[in-house]
Design a binder for this molecule. Structure first.
Ligand code: PLP
Length: 410
C-alpha cells in the first residue's frame, strides 16, 4: 500500500512535525509536573462521586447550562480564593474557566497580537510563552531580572526605546509571583512601579500567576490585577500547580472590555466539565488544607535537590534557595553548553530543561538549566543529579570534585 501523501496539502507556516513520544526519562527534571504523592486522590474520588450524583445530568448540556464562562460553582470558589489570597475583587462573571492556563495564553495572544507586533517579557521566561510568541511572529523584548523579578529601570528603558522608535508594545507579559524559571517574587513596591510604567506608556500587563499558591510561607504580595486602578491588567491562574496539571483547568480574569474579545476566540464549546465539577466540589472543602501540605512536600524535595547539587557539583552549580514553586534555575560554568549537556544526559536517562529554551537571551542562558523537583522522588533526585554530574564532567570537565572526590577528566 502506498500511504496517502498529505505533504502537498499542508498550509505554509505549520510548526515542524512532532516526534513520536518515546516515554518519560527515568530521571525526569523537566516540565511543570507535580508530585504524584500529593495528588489528593481520596478527596477527588469523594468529590467526583458527590458532584456526579447530584449534577451529573447537567452533562447533557454544553457548559452544563452555566454559560460560556464555565461551571459557576468553580468561578464562585475562585472569586473567594482570589480575594483572600491575591487581593483581587471580582465577580464570577469576570472569570473564564479555560483548558489550562496555556489556553489563557492563546486567548490573550489571539485577542491582542498580530505578526510583527512587539511584546515585552522577562528575559528568562516560560518556554510555552516564548514558543507561542515565536510562532505568532512577534518581536520579543526580554527585560533582565534580579532577585526581585523584572527590573523596572530596564523595563523603563525598553519602553522609552520603543516610544522613540514609534513602536507601541502590545503587552508586558510577566510571571511576578514565583517566576518561571528563576523563582523570583516581585515585591509590592516594584509592582507599583510596573503598573505606573504600564499606565505611562499605555501598555497593558498580562500577569501569569500560576505558581502563586506555592510560596513556602504562604505569604504573597497582592496581584497586579488587584493593585491596578485602571483595569489595564489581565490575570491568569491554574489548578495545574496546586492540584494536578493533567486536569487541564486554568482561569482568566479580565476586564470585560478585553474578556468580551477573548471569549469568541474560545471555540471549544467549553472546557472539560467533569474536571471543573470535581475541582469545585473538592476545592470548596479542602483547598486551604491541601495546599500547605503540598508546599511542605515540595519544600522537602527542593532541599533534597539542593543537597544533591551541593554534594555532586560543589560550587560548580550556582543557584538561589527558592522561596517557592517547583523549579531550580541553575548556573553552571560558562564552558558548559546546556543544549549539549541536555542531549548527553538524556542518553543516560536524565531529562533536564536547557536554559536557552527558557530565555530570550541565548548567550546569557547558554550554561543554565531548569530543574523541576516536584515530580521525581527523593531517591530519583539524588540518583539523577549524580548521573548528571558524571555526564557533565565527562563532557565539559566540570565538576572536578564529585561527592567530595577529586576526579580526573575522562
Ligand atoms: C508560567 C506558566 N504559565 C502557564 C503554564 C501552563 O500551565 P497549565 O496550562 O497547565 O495551566 C505553565 C506550566 O508550566 C507555566 O509555567
Amino acid at each position: 500500500m502506498t500511504a496517502f501523501d498529505f505533504a502537498p496539502l499542508l498550509p505554509a507556516g505549520l510548526p515542524p512535525p512532532a516526534a513520536r513520544w518515546t516515554g518519560l526519562a527515568k530521571y525526569n527534571f523537566t516540565g511543570g509536573n507535580n508530585d504524584a504523592d500529593q495528588v489528593p486522590v481520596d478527596g477527588l474520588i469523594t468529590a467526583a462521586d458527590a458532584v456526579i450524583a447530584r449534577e451529573g445530568r447537567n452533562l447533557a448540556t454544553y457548559n452544563l447550562g452555566h454559560g460560556p464562562l464555565g461551571y459557576r460553582p468553580l468561578r464562585e470558589f475562585l472569586t473567594e480564593k482570589l480575594k483572600r489570597d491575591a487581593g483581587i475583587s471580582c465577580t464570577p462573571d469576570d472569570i473564564l474557566i479555560v483548558s489550562g492556563s496555556l489556553q489563557a495564553l492563546d486567548l490573550v495572544n489571539g485577542a491582542l497580537l498580530a505578526r510583527g507586533d512587539t511584546v515585552i517579557c522577562e528575559k528568562d521566561c516560560y518556554q510555552g510563552t516564548l514558543t507561542r510568541f515565536a510562532r505568532l511572529g512577534v518581536n520579543v523584548i526580554g527585560v533582565p531580572l534580579d532577585d526581585d523579578g523584572m527590573r523596572m529601570e530596564a523595563l523603563s528603558v525598553a519602553l522609552e526605546d520603543c516610544r522613540k522608535r514609534g513602536v507601541q508594545p502590545k503587552m508586558i507579559y510577566t510571571i511576578p509571583t514565583v517566576q518561571n524559571p528563576t523563582a523570583t517574587i516581585m515585591p509590592e513596591a516594584r509592582r507599583v512601579e510596573l503598573l505606573r510604567l504600564s499606565e505611562q506608556y499605555g501598555v497593558p500587563v498580562f500577569e501569569d500567576d500560576c505558581y502563586a499558591d506555592l510560596i513556602w510561607d504562604g505569604k504573597r504580595p497582592p496581584a497586579l490585577y488587584a493593585m491596578s486602578k485602571t483595569a489595564n491588567v489581565i490575570h491568569c491562574g491554574s489548578f495545574s500547580k496546586s492540584i494536578a496539571p493533567a486536569l487541564r483547568v486554568g482561569f482568566l480574569v479580565a476586564p470585560w472590555a478585553i474578556m468580551s474579545r477573548m471569549l469568541p476566540l474560545k471555540t471549544d464549546a467549553g472546557s472539560g466539565a467533569l474536571e471543573q465539577m470535581v475541582l469545585a466540589e473538592y476545592c470548596a472543602a479542602h483547598f486551604t488544607t491541601h495546599v500547605p501540605e503540598l508546599r511542605k512536600a515540595l519544600r522537602a524535595k527542593v532541599e533534597t535537590l539542593m543537597e544533591a547539587l551541593n554534594e555532586q557539583f560543589g560550587t560548580t552549580a550556582e543557584f538561589e534557595d527558592p522561596q517557592g514553586g517547583i523549579f531550580l534555575w541553575v548556573k553552571l560554568p560558562d564552558n558548559v553548553d546546556a543544549m549539549r549537556l541536555y542531549q548527553a544526559a538524556l542518553k543516560e536517562g536524565v531529562a533536564i530543561n536547557p536554559g536557552p529554551e527558557w530565555s530570550t537571551d541565548k548567550a546569557h542562558s547558554g550554561s543554565r538549566l531548569r530543574l523541576c523537583f516536584a515530580s521525581p522522588t527523593h531517591q530519583q533526585i539524588r540518583e539523577g543529579v549524580a548521573i548528571l554530574a558524571d555526564v557533565c564532567r565527562r563532557e565539559f570537565g566540570v565538576p572536578t570534585r564529585i561527592a567530595n572526590v577529586e576526579r580526573a577528566r575522562a
